[in-house]
Design a protein around this ligand. Structure first.
Ligand code: F6R
Length: 260
């Protein structure tokens, strides 16, 4: 695991956008895993700028979103379909045939989730997975207690998540109670993972993720078992990390190994 502590979200998103752009340039057919929420908003802005100013080409990029609220149609203003259109897909030259987002209105959840997994496999797996982290340590919507080997499925949102996401809805009561989400096992099969954390309300979750024990009560802690994870954090989210001097020292001379 590599840890990069950035001054603020601006510096963090610039670095992540640079890394994503470099990866796309190196492999135009890349398969990306994409999050929603407030953390990646700035990142998507940067990627749109890189597309507009430097011609970053998304025409062959394939994307799989991590999750979608169950019960919201794609056209709902707060669906993740709408979010992705507004923040990224509506502004870049992505081929809509290459975009996968779970269907929150699916009639057959089991089949839909199996097909989602099959599509990821058919495209050769996810090359680069981008993640945010919830206040309760969730990645995608793998809430505390999620099986560490879980696959794409329906999950009940935790009260903290409903509270946190109420800011996007008119009231807390409007936040869906369920989501279709990639599983932890699905996420762990990605070849490389970047997790972004910012703000002081993520500090406890990040501290436990990086330096705590691996436990399904902090889903992100499973990332300790992956050999290519980079965590980009701002100073506020890094506040509970105890080994910052080592992370900074290591970052100065990161080795070009494929395993971290
Ligand atoms: C959403 C997702 C979630 C968010 C997490 C943090 O697609 O996968 O795990 O990344 O809830 O959300 P923000 O960035 O809004 O704090």
């Amino acid at each position: 695991m590599r840890i990069t502590i950035c001054k603020d979200i601006r510096e963090m998103t610039k670095k992540v956008a640079g890394e994503v752009a470099e990866t796309i340039r190196g492999n135009p057919n890349i398969v990306l895993g994409l999050p929603t929420g407030s953390t990646p908003e700035e990142l998507y802005k940067e990627l749109v700028l890189l597309h507009k100013d430097q011609g970053l080409d998304f025409s062959r990029v394939i994307t799989f979103n991590l999750d979608e609220y169950y019960g919201l149609p794609a056209s709902h203003p707060q669906s993740y379909h709408t979010y992705m259109d507004q923040h990224l897909f509506g502004h870049i030259n992505i081929n809509r045939k290459n975009v996968y987002i779970p269907d929150g209105m699916t009639k057959d959840i089991g089949d839909h989730c199996r097909l989602y997994e099959a599509n990821i496999k058919r495209h050769g797996g996810i090359d680069l997975m981008l993640l945010g982290i919830g206040r309760d340590g969730h990645i995608a919507f793998n809430e505390p207690g999620s099986s560490l080997t879980s696959r794409t499925r329906i999950k009940t949102l935790a009260p903290e998540t409903i509270e946190d996401n109420a800011r996007f809805f008119k009231s807390k009561d409007e936040v869906p109670r369920y989501a279709l989400t990639m599983g932890i096992g699905t996420i762990m099969e990605a070849k490389k993972i970047i997790l972004m954390a910012n703000g002081k309300n993520k500090a406890e979750a990040l501290g436990l993720t990086v330096e705590g024990p691996i436990t399904h009560m902090v889903a992100a802690s499973i990332l300790q078992m992956h050999n290519r994870v980079i965590i980009y954090t701002d100073e506020e989210a890094a506040a509970q990390l105890k080994h910052i001097p080592y992370y900074k020292h290591e970052e100065k001379s990161w080795l070009t190994t494929v395993e971290y």
